[in-house]
Design a protein around this ligand. Structure first.
Ligand SMILES: NC(=O)c1ccc[n+]([C@@H]2O[C@H](COP(=O)([O-])OP(=O)(O)OC[C@H]3O[C@@H](n4cnc5c(N)ncnc54)[C@H](OP(=O)(O)O)[C@@H]3O)[C@@H](O)[C@H]2O)c1
Length: 231
């Protein structure tokens, strides 16, 4: 699909990668609904701020009833909480919270907007995943579980939405230069570069984006057991 004149909903659009998606979409001539838990934090001229906490039951459905012209959904909002699996009750709570946002929140937005995309001819749905959908970092173990679940969700949605002509794009990235990775000193991809690759993939009808060299290496190494080694 063309980005020019598309009507996009971007979740978590107030900062980080979501803001970069919204900015790139506006620059390419799309109409943008910039969703945030606090819409007053949206600072992009031209974007239409809307309120959405993806974990709040019913909020996504209520928004979909309002935004009937959406043709592109970017499920970007996410959280990352530190801690290994064997660190006690806190680890289970953290895993549950990350699944609530990264899996169930993404599912709620997808369920709410799938009929809107269908009514508007199919369009596209993008899910922001990670290289950690495939390998686990003990320092943020529960995050990997939530992004693995979101990858499985993405693959299932792709099958379910194919009949209505909706392109489903899974985006895998290692570190991106946002608040989420501010503690990281190694290489990071800029949010603008990730957004550029994703908009290109949408225009070209590609179902997967591997945004950096590490993501490409890890995917290529899966058959050889890349997930068996500690990253
Ligand atoms: N940064 C990385 O290294 C990296 C790598 C691979 C994948 N990702 C993924 O990329 C996406 C964007 O992350 P980022 O790097 O931009 O992180 P970020 O800077 O921490 O921003 C996260 C965004 O998600 C929003 N959000 C969190 N929970 C939400 C909820 N329940 N409802 C609505 N919005 C919510 C935040 O809103 P508030 O301002 O209200 O908190 C914020 O806008 C995430 O899915 C993340 O997992 C990031």
């Amino acid at each position: 699909m063309k980005i020019h004149n598309a009507v996009a909903l971007v979740t978590g659009a107030n900062r980080g990668l979501g803001r970069a998606y919204a900015q790139a979409l506006l620059q390419a001539g799309a109409k943008v609904y910039a969703a945030a838990r606090d819409p007053s934090t949206i600072d992009l001229p031209g974007a239409q701020p809307v309120r959405l906490d993806i974990t709040q039951p019913g909020q996504a459905a209520a928004l979909a009833a309002d935004l009937k012209d959406v043709t592109l959904v970017i499920n970007n909002a996410g959280i990352a909480l530190p801690g290994p699996y064997l660190s006690g009750q806190g680890a289970a709570d953290a895993a549950r919270a990350q699944l609530e946002t990264n899996f169930f929140g993404t599912l709620a937005v997808s369920q709410a907007f799938a009929p809107v995309l269908k009514a508007n001819g199919g369009g596209a749905l993008v899910n922001m995943l990670s290289v950690l959908s495939w390998i686990t970092l003990p320092a943020i173990a529960g995050y990997s579980a939530s992004k693995a679940a979101a990858w499985a969700l993405t693959n299932g949605l792709r099958h379910e939405l194919r009949a209505q002509g909706t392109l489903v794009v899974g985006v895998h990235a290692a570190y991106i230069d946002t608040d989420m990775a501010r503690h990281v000193t190694g290489p990071k991809t800029t949010p603008a570069e990730v957004a550029r690759q994703v908009l290109l993939a949408i225009e070209q009808g590609q179902e997967e984006v591997l945004a950096d060299e590490l993501s490409r290496q890890v995917k290529a190494g899966l058959a050889a057991g890349a997930y068996l080694r500690e990253a």
